[in-house]
Write a protein that binds this ligand. Structure first.
Ligand code: BV8
Ligand code: ZN
Length: 242
């Protein structure tokens, strides 16, 4: 299933970067965005995952995020998340760049995680930017507010919003520097995340896509491994490190 090149490079080279998307959490029971059962099917991202959508109907957006938090609070990380956490033990420099906001890589024990799109368990005041975690936040009210009176919102990056500059800078740095880049469980449609595997390839990395289906970058990468990331990733650990 894995090329000799990939096995040799992972075993002997210094730096690997992995970009993960909703597909990595699908086997935990977290719905993806664009697949047949994708959550964007029923509603438009622009309506819910955008500042305009939030300002127009904050109750609806809060209802959506509370529903997603409910799902996430009842799921476990899967063997794919755990394999990525293990990979960090074997590889001298390992970067986990995730588009996912579900906190499952942190739960699986990954240490060097770049959350490009924020984290759904954190909240932020739209007025004073104060951060609230799950515990110091009154989930019962339909419109949670900050001590300053400002509206709270989930601390995730919405469409049309800049990604956290520091985190994005590190993601570009890792993509340029790495010897191997793994694009896992992402439809490679959302920018600027989708430009990272391209940047890695243009910078000389060996780029591998792990996905159930083909994506816009499948013809561009060095190796496509088709299947479930929750099965492929543990097999990859065995194939490389026994
Ligand atoms: C920005 C957080 C600019 C919130 C998300 C027109 C108008 C406005 C903007 C744009 C535009 N055109 C382009 C843009 C830019 C826009 C964009 O890329 N739009 C796309 C959709 C056309 N990007 C932005 O707006 C970004 N910001 O550009 O700012 C700017 C510049 C200057 C100044 C100011 C601003 C912000 C993007 C971040 C949006 N936030 N989420 C939330 O989650 O609620 S996006 C959302 O999509 C999630 O983060 C998700 O992670 C991300 C990507 O989706 P995927 O993870 O890939 O998931 P998907 O369901 O698509 O695919 C799953 C894949 O897994 C599939 O391929 C499937 O086959 C596979 N799979 C399934 N199961 C498995 C599997 N694979 C393996 N194993 C399995 N078991
Ligand atoms: Zn505030």
């Amino acid at each position: 299933m894995f090329s000799k090149t990939l096995i040799e490079k992972l075993k002997n080279l210094q730096c690997t970067a992995a970009l993960t998307g909703a597909g990595v959490s699908a086997e935990s029971g977290v719905p993806t965005f664009r697949g047949k059962d994708g959550i964007w099917k029923k509603m438009k991202p622009q309506e819910l995952a955008s500042i305009e959508g939030f300002m127009k109907n904050p109750e609806l957006v809060w209802e959506w995020y509370k529903m997603r938090r409910e799902i996430i609070s009842n799921v476990e990380c899967n063997p794919g998340h755990k394999a990525l956490a293990r990979m960090e033990d074997f590889i001298p420099e390992f970067w986990l760049i995730t588009q996912n906001v579900d906190d499952l890589h942190n739960k699986a024990g990954s240490r060097n995680v770049l959350e490009l799109h924020g984290n759904i368990l954190r909240n932020k005041c739209i007025k004073c930017q104060k951060i609230y975690t799950e515990t110091d936040f009154d989930a019962s009210s339909a419109l949670p507010r900050c001590s300053c009176g400002g509206l709270l919102r989930p601390d995730v990056v919405w469409f049309g919003e800049m990604l956290p500059a520091e985190i994005l800078h590190s993601a570009f740095y890792a993509s340029k520097k790495c010897d191997v880049f793994l694009s896992i469980g992402t439809s490679a449609q959302v920018q600027p995340a989708a430009s990272l595997p391209v940047l890695a390839k243009d910078s000389g990395a060996y780029v591998v896509e792990i996905n159930k289906e083909r994506t816009p970058i499948s013809d561009y990468v060095d190796e496509v491994i088709t299947g479930q990331s929750g099965e492929i990733l543990p097999d990859l650990i065995k194939a490389v490190w026994g």
